[in-house]
Design a binder for this molecule. Structure first.
Ligand code: AMP
Length: 491
């Protein structure tokens, strides 16, 4: 890649000094945007100056405004060349939820501008989208599949395009959209400004960026593993078959106000929700098989606080725009360590403290946990103090390394991360907070303990249960690899 890295990472500390137009400033003020986030402070001046930008940033960093505000600024300041509205800005994003969310942000930001936009995604009839396009729009926010459909049908022309934004490039590739993206790129005029955002920047994403961007400025915020440093992480060893019981205990702890539970499959999400509801835990599943109205209803109930628990697959969860999640629960530990970092980054945003809980089964998740610990370079504190504790050896940071211990071969290493001490009686396992995030705390009793003993350890164990074939762990592929994996809202 050519281009330069943005220097002086935080050159500006308030929105006024960014030089955005007055109608935009008036629109963002009521939204409470006083101070640009780091990605905004770094990217906006370059975008305003007409540069291509490669942004390495995760959801939650304010990247939507980082690309939308300067695009709106420039489009708002340039008179339309045509009496008719033509599409001058295109944002493509991987999921319906994210597309809708970006559309909402653009609607908010552009309310005092004479700029029209629309959102385009699959899974719904195209009639309304076509009608909006026919009325004339300046900006289209779209998922790739439906975008190409409407281009093929002659409803969309990109020949007047001035701004192109590719958001969440890594998710796009995960979802198998690479061919669609390449097709879209071929249709773009060469004279354009392009912005490219991705949470991670492995080789294949970098190569894609190189085909789209011209002499870009790279802006990067939040190292990939930074969530691992701020989020309060815990791991529970539990048999696969008993996870659902432990989950009820975890979710009914008083400090759990809003939780996002990750499952590997859509089927698993639905099954879990059925169990949670049976146990009196209000919850909804969000995944690609749910209709748009169903998802919106669940999301709105969650945002209002009427619903405390959402169960989602990885890809569907990317579209969940909730700033204050008290807990993230990995019902299944992902086999891709970066996915773990993405997931736990959903809690503890904007300086709020968050808790990420992972259930580690007796099988391959032990290896996944080992890989995660290596990526984040710390041991995830082990919580033993719960009804379903599976007494397997802790997994030290050096496990599996030459000279280190394997994931299930004894307690080598320093044993750090294993939490000893008081029982967490009566309140369920979610109440304790390890307190520090250094992963080495020992002996500290969780706060808030000391309630009634709930008696009857393992009271919900099924006769002979817990030894059955673990569900959903064998050959876990999460959502990576070629093609669509069905867990997202691919259009
Ligand atoms: P994003 O990463 O674009 O999904 O943004 C995450 C959240 O941060 C959204 O709810 C935005 O409305 C909010 N946000 C973005 N920029 C700012 C800002 N400068 N100040 C306060 N909130 C912001």
């Amino acid at each position: 890649m050519g281009g330069e890295i943005a220097s002086n990472p935080y050159p500006l500390t308030d929105f006024h000094s960014l030089g955005l137009s007055e109608p935009l400033m008036r629109a963002i003020e009521p939204l409470g945007y006083d101070t640009p986030t780091p990605i905004q402070a770094q990217a906006i001046p370059h975008v305003l100056a007409g540069k291509d930008v490669l942004g390495v940033a995760q959801t939650g960093t304010g990247k939507t405004a980082a690309f939308s505000l300067p695009m709106l600024h420039r489009l708002g300041n340039q008179p339309r060349r045509d009496a008719r509205r033509v599409i001058r800005g295109l944002v493509i994003s991987p999921t319906r939820e994210l597309t809708a969310q970006i559309g909402e942000s653009i609607r908010d930001y552009s309310q005092h501008l004479n700029i029209h936009h629309t959102v385009i995604f699959g899974g719904v009839k195209q009639g309304k989208q076509v009608a909006a396009l026919n009325r004339g729009v300046d900006i289209v926010v779209a998922t790739p599949g439906r975008l190409l459909d409407l281009i093929d049908q002659g409803y969309i022309s990109l020949k007047h395009l001035e701004y192109f934004v590719l958001d969440e490039a890594d998710t796009m590739l995960d979802m198998g959209f690479i061919h669609d993206i390449r097709k879209v790129i071929k249709l773009l005029p060469p004279e354009r400004q392009s912005l490219f955002f991705s949470a991670t920047m492995p080789q294949n994403i970098q190569e894609l960026a190189d085909t789209i961007l011209r002499d870009p400025i790279t802006v990067e915020v939040e190292r990939r593993s930074s969530a691992a440093e701020t989020v309060d992480q815990r791991v529970y060893f539990v048999r696969q078959a008993e996870k659902k019981h432990l989950l009820v205990d975890v979710l009914t702890a008083p400090d759990v106000t809003s939780a996002l539970v990750f499952t590997r499959t859509k089927y698993g999400a639905d099954k879990l929700v059925r169990h949670l509801r049976k146990e009196g835990v209000r919850s909804e599943a969000i995944h690609g098989n749910k209709s748009q109205p169903q998802r919106e209803k669940a999301m709105n109930a969650f945002k209002r606080g009427d619903l405390g628990v959402l169960v989602a697959t990885d890809i569907a969860a990317r579209g969940i725009d909730v700033d204050e999640l008290s807990h993230v629960v990995n019902f299944e530990i992902p086999n891709i360590p970066e996915t773990y970092v993405h997931r736990i980054g959903r809690t503890g945003r904007a300086g709020a403290e968050g808790v990420a809980i992972s259930f580690c089964n007796e099988e391959d998740e032990r290896t996944f946990l080992r890989d995660i610990q290596r990526l984040i370079r710390r041991e995830v504190p082990l919580i033993e103090d719960h009804e379903y504790h599976l007494p397997l050896p802790a997994i030290p940071l050096d496990s599996g390394r030459p000279g280190g211990s394997g994931p299930s071969d004894g307690r080598g290493g320093n044993g750090g991360g294993k939490r000893k001490g008081g029982r967490n009686r009566g309140r369920g396992p979610g109440t304790g907070r390890p307190g520090g995030s250094d992963g080495n705390r020992q002996g500290g009793a969780p706060q808030g303990q000391g309630g009634q003993s709930n008696g009857g350890r393992n009271k919900r164990r099924r006769p002979g249960g817990g030894r059955g074939k673990p569900q959903g762990t064998g050959g876990q592929r999460s959502d990576r690899g070629a093609g669509s994996h069905g867990s997202g809202s691919r259009d």
